[in-house]
Design a protein around this ligand. Structure first.
Ligand SMILES: CC(=O)N[C@H]1[C@@H](OP(=O)(O)OP(=O)(O)OC[C@H]2O[C@@H](n3ccc(=O)[nH]c3=O)[C@H](O)[C@@H]2O)O[C@H](CO)[C@@H](O)[C@@H]1O[C@H](C)C(=O)N[C@@H](C)C(=O)N[C@H](CCC(=O)O)C(=O)O
Ligand SMILES: Nc1ncnc2c1ncn2[C@@H]1O[C@H](COP(=O)(O)OP(=O)(O)OP(=O)(O)O)[C@@H](O)[C@H]1O
Length: 491
């Protein structure tokens, strides 16, 4: 592709040399390791390293144009200076891959919790209705029915545009993280539908205040196509605020929630049958196929999005009982003569509260909660997570989650301090995650629930005593070896 075509929409701060206009570009990359002959290298100042330091590496590998934010006058190839390299990468990627988000129906989902769950529920409804549907998110990316490894919830702009161009699917669902938005990973992507699930304290190590976290999430709605629709859960206070702001900006807004003024009103929910009655013009009864009131909200967001994407409501409602669940999202495993075990990805206080309350709503006899805290992640939420656990469980066991380079010693010290301050003397520490899970299960009898949160579908980062790779493998191994022995010691 000609360089001049690629630069369409990009503001350059210096003069482009005449001869550069005729250059033919074979590809682009922001990682010098991915550069080949006749590529553009986009230098990005990152959180760990600075792409400007890799310009020589990119030139050695064949870069024929360099784009960056710093001033350079003596490079052997054309250098284009821009204000924001991350944004430039998105614009170049959009042009290089021929604007792929314009060629299919695009759905973006943001919010602190529920993005993955809502994505999979929505994909299920859309596929049941006959559409093929790509998903980009935390667990994996699914393109043309094939699963690919995902490294971020929201891929970077270059990967996203490339995968959208590869996708022959009718519809693409993108899980949109606040990091993704603030790092311009969505630049050049436009959406037909933008969903907001909820906002709760999280990632304050990165955004510092809830207002800034909200602003980052809200920027998704700047990516709506002209006739696009926002779908917002107004039962969350931040959702209600967002709906008001977007209406003032004359965007199309479709709201869901319990009060009368919503476009889709939640009338009632019957726990026994998992049935929700919702009212748009007429009342419809839909089944929420995953346990928990929080999952009722995810089901409703997915249902509303499916309707706006063109699915008939009878078809959407008929699809839901066939949904098979999602790895690590309130995934239940029954231990013969033992407890019901739940594996869940909860890593905020709000999500933990939902999980523990759901177990109570299902008349759990006793609830034992096993969890830990991720190293090098938002520490401001930890106290509240433990407080909620200590109040809502019969007993908690604090254990290790991913250390993320924090030393074992430091993390155990942190667990002890948190326990002292917030633990209400209602639990203990078993550092080895597999042994913590084993203890929890052995202490419980039939009718009790063990809730294991934090890791969900993910594989363990550390190796543990049982040499298993995930919470699910640990629980299944305990189940297969237990034969009912030794279960049910009093707490
Ligand atoms: C802190 C953070 O968010 N980092 C993200 C960011 O990396 P970065 O731009 O800071 O990269 P960097 O490593 O400093 O490198 C800077 C530049 O030098 C280049 N480089 C580097 C080395 C080299 O040899 N040559 C070279 O050219 C790199 O390619 C890059 O362009 O941009 C990358 C590309 O988009 C992301 O993959 C990366 O996510 C890291 C892996 C991460 O863990 N991020 C988390 C915090 C995150 O984004 N999470 C959200 C979900 C949050 C939620 O749970 O809701 C997500 O969307 O995944
Ligand atoms: N609507 C919701 N409201 C509150 N909590 C929820 C909701 N949906 C899911 N959760 C909780 O959050 C956890 C993560 O859910 P999910 O993976 O769907 O969210 P996510 O937004 O994709 O999270 P992440 O950004 O961490 O990938 C679940 O395991 C559950 O405990």
């Amino acid at each position: 592709m000609r360089l001049t075509h690629l630069l369409n929409g990009l503001e350059i701060q210096n003069e482009l040399q005449k001869e550069a206009e005729r250059l033919t570009i074979e590809g682009l990359a922001d990682n010098s390791a991915h550069i080949s002959d006749n590529y553009i290298f986009v230098a990005i100042k990152g959180h760990r390293s600075d792409g400007h330091d890799y310009i020589q590496d990119a030139l050695n590998k064949g870069a024929c144009v360099v784009i960056g934010e710093q001033e350079f006058s003596n490079l052997p190839v054309p250098y284009l200076q821009v204000e924001n390299s991350r944004k430039a990468l998105g614009i170049l990627a959009r042009n290089f891959y021929k604007n792929p988000s314009h060629k299919k129906q695009m759905i973006g989902i943001t919010g602190t919790n529920g993005k993955t769950t809502t994505s999979y529920l929505l994909r299920h409804i859309l596929e049941y209705a006959g559409y093929s549907c790509a998903v980009f998110g935390t667990i994996q990316n699914i393109i043309n029915g094939e699963s690919r490894k995902s490294t971020n919830t929201t891929p970077n702009s270059l990967d996203l545009h490339r995968m959208l161009a590869e996708s022959k699917d009718d519809i693409a669902i993108v899980e949109v993280s606040s990091h993704g938005l603030s790092q311009w990973r969505l630049e050049g992507v436009l959406f037909d539908l933008c969903l907001f699930t909820n906002l709760h304290p999280e990632h304050l190590d990165y955004h510092h205040t809830m207002d800034r976290y909200f602003e980052a999430k809200m920027s998704l709605f700047d990516h709506m196509k002209i006739h696009g629709n926002a779908i917002i859960n107004t039962d969350n206070g931040w959702g209600s605020k967002l709906a008001t702001i977007l209406k003032q900006r004359e965007k199309n807004v479709y709201t869901t929630g319990k009060t009368d003024n919503n476009d889709l009103k939640i009338m009632e929910y019957d726990m026994e049958t998992s049935t929700v009655i919702v009212k748009e013009f007429a009342e419809t009864s839909i089944i929420s196929p995953i346990a928990g009131v929080h999952n009722v909200y995810n089901t409703i967001s997915a249902y509303a999005a499916a309707l706006l994407a063109g699915v008939k409501k009878e078809v959407a409602a008929a699809s839901l009982p066939h949904f098979k669940g999602i790895d690590g999202r309130f995934e239940t495993i029954s231990i013969p003569e033992g407890p019901t075990v739940v594996i869940d990805y909860a890593h905020t206080a709000d999500a933990i509260e939902n999980c523990l309350k759901t177990a109570r709503q299902y008349s759990a006899n006793r609830v034992l909660h096993v969890f830990g805290f991720r190293g090098n992640r938002d520490i401001s939420k930890r106290g509240q997570m433990l407080q909620i656990s200590a109040s809502l469980s019969d007993q908690y066991i604090l254990t290790l989650d991913d250390l993320n380079k924090v030393s074992y010693r430091d993390m155990i010290g942190t667990l002890k301090e948190l326990q002292e301050e917030f633990g209400q003397q209602n639990g203990r520490i078993i550092a080895d995650r597999t042994l913590a899970i084993k203890q929890a299960i052995k202490k419980c009898c039939s009718g009790d629930w063990v809730i294991i949160t934090g890791k969900g579908h993910e594989r363990y980062q550390q190796s543990y005593d049982m040499h298993t790779a995930s919470d699910k493998e640990t629980v299944c191994q305990i189940r297969d070896q237990s034969g009912g022995e030794n279960l049910g010691i009093a707490f």
